[in-house]
Design a protein around this ligand. Structure first.
Ligand SMILES: [Zn+2]
Ligand SMILES: [Zn+2]
Length: 75
């Protein structure tokens, strides 16, 4: 089993669709063939908002980046 970090801690299971460290509903499949893992932490910072971080275990993009790419390319 290989591990990788979404944010800081190297705890996510590469290629595991049932990754135990992910939020519910994650990992999601990435168009690159990898899995997009997600973490949240918080409330954090002065404004008290929680953050969500996502990262693909293969292409290492965030979900936002992947969706931006999909939006640019016609289906
Ligand atoms: Zn994960
Ligand atoms: Zn990917």
């Amino acid at each position: 089993m290989q591990f990788f970090a979404v944010e800081e801690e190297v705890i996510h299971h590469v290629g595991d669709a049932q990754c135990p460290e992910c939020l519910e509903e994650y990992p999601e499949s990435c168009p690159c063939g990898g899995l997009i893992h997600a973490e949240s932490r918080g409330p954090d910072g002065a404004d008290g908002t929680e953050w969500l971080r996502t990262r693909c275990d293969l292409c290492r993009r965030s979900q936002e980046d992947v969706e931006e790419d999909l939006g640019r390319e016609p289906a």
